[in-house]
Design a binder for this molecule. Sequence first.
Ligand code: PRP
Length: 196
Amino acid sequence: MPSPSRLAAHWRRDVARVLIPKTELARRVRSLAGKIETDFRGRELVIVALLTGTVPFLADLIRHLTLPLRLDFLGVSSYGDGTESRTLIYTKELRLDVRGRDVLVVDDILDTGKTLASVLAKLRRLKPRRIKTCVLLDKPNRRKRNLSADYVGFKIPNLFVVGYGLDFAEQYRNLPFVGVLRPEIYAGRCPAPVCG
Ligand code: PRP
């Protein structure tokens, strides 16, 4: 865990505490990759990653995979600059054909489940051979859709988390750890702990 004195001053100011240190993230991502590698052995995988928060997790995950794989992105956003979850907007569509393929959907966090439910419905219409889902973080207490992910990095309580891809108002994605944002940062901008 990075000692507080080694964190950038603005992170120290805005982050109340480190929830998942980078060493633990690295260990868990490697272990998830091992499970995926075993489950998809002999298959050609299409990874569909959901922009934007998934980028650090995805980059680390795929470097542990030796399977033949292709990578594509869906742009999907459920809420903007610090406001409560609302209608989903697709900002980028798939480029690769997933018909008859093994698909692994990768996202940073499973929260209410609205995003993943919409993405799964969309992908199923494209007739892949099978779809599995992988999320770094899971907030089961927040679920509004009846679904779970096949691969979960960490189940976490209902805290406002940022870092390792997760943002508040598009900030903090580059923190190398997952941290809990101080309430005064999002106070008045987002009914806590909805975002993060
Ligand atoms: C976040 C996150 C998930 C989604 C989870 O995306 O990356 O995709 O919310 O929330 P849900 O389970 O309640 O649907 P966001 O729309 O914030 O986009 P981002 O990845 O660009 O931050």
